[in-house]
Design a protein around this ligand. Structure first.
Ligand code: FAD
Length: 331
């Protein structure tokens, strides 16, 4: 454990990683403490399938520039064909020529390729499996208390959701952690059979347990995949998987009943992302605000960005704002 550093960043999600990589490239003395055994935070891909965020939009200039800088390919979210709509009374329509995410872009091989590349640049300046338990600011610096050691830093950037910052003994205004109350189920099939039936893979359901479903096929084709966002709390039901597969069969036909594989990630049950309060997600996108810095503490993380807060783009915008602040002397 490094015991003295100029700048300490807490959290190796997209925000903390992008800030750290920019500072390190300038030769600054920076250390990143990450609580999980992996970098990426809410960005998580398994075998190329995104279990957290998947989409970048054409107006996300920072994300597009980062993908370009890292040499990563983009491909469009599949949008050709009809959407399936399941009403609360169980009636199903398959005649709607509409794609809910038309125009969105995905990263070839999954979004974790972005965070993996940034993390690799950090080398031993990235300390994984080091949850920070307490942050204490005084006139000369900041003390970070981990499980087995303490670290002193001149300045600290807290690049994690405000609701988790509260747990470090730092008071910040409450803000819901975007998407933290949700779970994602990915069902992988030998082929994308729904495309052959003229369906685009989108479904909106008022029956559940999946509320919203999308095509999740990889760029290179081959096997097919659908993913669904589960209603909050749905994964706690012992029959969740069976119910989700029965729903996919109702919506997309018999081929959907027997996937080759199913992956589930419930973010609401992951304490490195969600708190109890996040189990009741906001009903619309919150208006996120920048969090005012103190003399030595700076707040990054997407929920601290007024620009695109909650999104990947907001994570980069917050990192950019933190970088500017670090360019100013300690107040
Ligand atoms: C299911 C889902 C779907 C989404 N879909 C999209 C999408 O399609 N497009 C989009 O733009 N955005 C989407 N988002 C939002 C996107 O994931 C976030 O905006 C972005 O990943 C936030 O990055 P961050 O670095 O700000 O925070 P995080 O990724 O949450 O990073 C915070 C980091 O801090 C670490 N940490 C927490 N506590 C401690 C501690 N005490 N000590 C040390 N480390 C700690 C965490 O482990 C984590 O690595 C989605 C999110 C989810 C969950």
């Amino acid at each position: 454990m490094i015991s003295r550093t100029e700048i300490c960043i807490v959290g190796a999600g997209l925000s903390g990683l992008s800030l750290a990589s920019r500072l390190l490239a300038e030769g600054r003395d920076v250390t990143v403490f990450e609580g999980r055994d992996r970098a990426g935070g809410r960005v998580l891909s398994e075998r190329g399938y995104d279990l957290g965020p998947a989409w970048i939009w054409p107006h996300n200039r920072r994300m597009l520039a980062l993908a370009d800088q890292l040499g990563l390919g983009l491909f469009p979210q599949h949008a050709q064909g009809r959407l399936v709509f399941e009403a609360a009374d169980g009636a199903i329509r398959r005649d709607l020529e509409f794609a809910t995410m038309g125009g969105a872009l995905r990263i070839e091989g999954g979004l974790a390729r972005v965070t993996d590349a940034l993390a690799k640049d950090l080398g031993d300046r990235l300390c994984l499996g080091q949850p920070v338990r307490r942050v204490t600011e005084d006139a000369d610096g900041v003390t970070l208390t981990c499980d087995t050691a303490e670290c002193r830093a001149d300045r600290v950037v807290l690049a994690l959701p405000p609701r988790l910052i509260g747990g470090l003994g730092i008071a910040v205004p409450d803000a819901p952690t975007w998407m933290a109350g949700h779970a994602k189920l990915v069902a992988i099939y030998p082929t994308a059979f729904w495309r052959d039936d003229g369906l685009n893979g989108d479904a909106i359901s008022h029956q559940g347990p999946l509320a919203e479903i999308h095509d999740a096929c990889l760029a290179e084709g081959g096997e097919g995949a659908l993913f669904g966002f589960a209603h909050p709390g749905a994964t706690a039901h012992p029959q969740f998987r069976q119910a989700a597969l029965a729903q996919l069969e109702r919506l997309f036909g018999p081929g959907a009943a027997t996937p080759r594989d199913v992956i589930v990630k419930d973010w609401s049950a992951d304490p490195a992302t969600a708190t109890q309060a996040d189990r009741t997600p906001p009903t619309s996108h919150p208006a996120y605000r920048a969090i005012a810095p103190t003399a030595r503490l700076i707040f990054a993380g997407t929920e601290a960005s007024a620009d695109d807060g909650g999104f990947l783009e907001g994570a980069l915008a917050a990192a950019e704002a933190a970088y500017m602040r670090l360019g100013q002397p300690v107040a």
